[in-house]
Design a protein around this ligand. Sequence first.
Ligand code: 5GP
Length: 117
Amino acid sequence: MSDTQKTIFKKIIDREIPAKIVYEDELCLAFHDVSPQAPTHILVIPKIEIRSLVEIKKSDKELLGHLLVVTSEIAAKLGVSSAGYRVVVNTGQNGGQSVPHLHFHILAGRALTWPPG
Ligand code: 5GP
């Protein structure tokens, strides 16, 4: 993939654009959403480029489990676990996905309504 085709999240992984990073390990990165939809809004992304849940394979099982464990740990670290939070994975056009790099949204800090829009 050439530089011009890089997603905004790949550019964040490669440190070509800044982000407020809250967690990083060899498999994933987590940072504040630039346009927060709740008082706490974090994005957790794998470092490998998977476009969406549509592309997930059985071999990604361990990575996906890791992303959820990290999500839970970040929520605890940010102090939002006891009040609760929402994890969202927008997928494809109808799912409202705007960045084609798999990501988990962590939304917290206010009571979230259901159903979503
Ligand atoms: P999606 O709509 O694909 O589920 O979520 C993409 C998210 O990425 C949006 O909530 C959007 O605000 C966030 N986002 C887009 N560009 C940037 C950026 O340059 N930096 C950060 N930190 N977040 C971004």
